[in-house]
Write a protein that binds this ligand. Structure first.
Ligand SMILES: Cc1ncc(COP(=O)(O)O)c(C=O)c1O
Length: 390
């Protein structure tokens, strides 16, 4: 009876990987040892000081709504983090605490998108972005990107694809699924290209902190008027706590606050209290160790997959993903993923979940497993390639 539901909900595609995940769970329930490389969240549980702060918050009765913008102390702590990490002076008044980066995306799209208006997004990219746009009756204008632009939108691509309905561009750095990072110059020229057209630039910085061999610059270093999404999910390892933030230009804050009040009232209060511990030196030390563990995993998995024939043209500098071209093996990416799940019990994600451009011959590996497990996965993949008949 789905025809009675809204056209906008019917337009949202499910994650294709969910079918694989259901099958992976079946295999696991039947006693098979499945290696999960499809999951986009850190395998580490939340660091102990954050958990302790969350427990203390519950014990102290911090179980009610907070202000819609979030706890003032947390907004100040985040502003302090911008000062310390990026040398930026961000007024805490410009920071809104949201239920995950997803909540920040909901706020930004509700504020910035009118019906029928287009937003430029990189294809491949995080699939929920285009779905959020659809939910607010806007549309994603998917711009095919490849290794030549490190899978990122560029000023040139903005110039080429901007039309009379375009009102903004949304980029992610580091990106999902490719892990590539925009440098300061690239951010500045993107910002110039978008603002010259009276558009808005939204930058998803959710994977900041998880970079290897370089720091990702914030767009706020070059454009104080950009909208920035961030989250406690990935670097801070708090996926299940549902906490993120949005940095907005000062003139947008009152309207965003109004939207927040109506859409979700406030972000979870115990999670906000817990997150105050994120910026303590002992927590940052744990997070640094985890970042180094991700770096070691990338440094193992990237050459190992290339050696097997996977095409990873651009070295990813961040997040915890490798986006690989499987053309050398032939066949379709979904069938390829199914083959490895069925025969070798290794799960990874077909390209179709990230867009359309060349999606049929790309897959994403998430290195959200420890090194011995990744080594095992590579052995299984090597064996599975021998029985793959693409
Ligand atoms: C690029 C990107 N943006 C946003 C999100 C949303 O994450 P959360 O709502 O947990 O902050 C994700 C999650 O995978 C992501 O990969």
């Amino acid at each position: 009876m789905t025809q009675h539901y809204s056209a906008r909900s019917r337009a949202i595609e499910p994650f294709h990987v969910m079918a694989l995940l259901a099958r992976a769970n079946e295999l696991q329930a039947a006693g098979h040892d499945v290696i999960h490389l499809e999951i986009g969240e850190p395998d580490f549980t939340t660091a102990a000081p954050i958990v302790a702060a969350g427990q203390a918050a519950l014990a102290a009765g911090h179980t009610r709504y907070t202000a819609a913008r979030g706890l003032p102390a947390l907004r100040e702590a985040i502003a302090g983090f911008y000062a310390q990490r990026y040398g930026l002076n961000i007024d805490p008044q410009r920071i809104l605490i949201t239920p995950g980066g997803s909540g920040a995306l909901l706020l930004a799209s509700s504020l910035l998108v009118d019906p029928g208006k287009h937003w430029l997004l990189a294809d491949p990219g995080y699939p929920c972005n285009r779905h959020f746009l659809r939910l607010v009756e806007g549309a994603a204008q998917l711009v095919p990107v490849g290794p030549d632009t490190s899978y990122q939108l560029t000023a040139g691509l903005v110039e080429r694809h901007w039309n009379q309905d375009s009102v903004g561009a949304l980029v992610a750095s580091p990106a999902n699924p490719t892990g590539t990072v925009l440098d300061r110059q690239q951010l500045a020229s993107l910002s110039q290209a978008v603002t010259a057209r009276q558009g808005h630039l939204v930058v998803d910085e959710i994977y900041h902190g998880l970079t290897y061999g370089m720091d990702a610059p914030s767009v706020l270093e070059v454009d104080d008027h950009a909208f920035v999404l961030n989250s406690f999910s990935k670097y801070f390892g708090m996926t299940g706590w549902r906490l993120g933030w949005l940095v907005a230009p000062p003139e947008a804050v009152a309207d965003l606050e109004k939207l927040a009040q109506n859409l979700y009232i406030s972000a979870p209060s115990m999670a906000q209290h817990a997150a105050l511990a994120c910026f303590e030196p002992q927590t940052l030390e744990i997070l640094e160790q985890r970042r180094q563990a991700f770096a070691r995993r990338r440094d193992f998995l990237l050459p190992a997959l290339r050696e097997l024939g996977f095409g990873i043209a651009v070295e990813p500098q961040g997040a915890f993903y490798l986006y690989a071209d499987i053309s050398a093996f032939g066949g379709d990416a979904f069938a390829f993923c199914q083959h490895f799940l069925e025969t070798e019990h290794v799960a990874f994600t077909p390209g179709l979940d990230f867009g359309r451009y060349q999606a049929g011959h790309h897959v994403r590996f998430a290195y959200t497993q420890d090194l011995p497990r990744l080594q095992q996965a590579v052995e299984r993949i090597e064996r599975g390639l021998r029985s793959w008949q693409g």
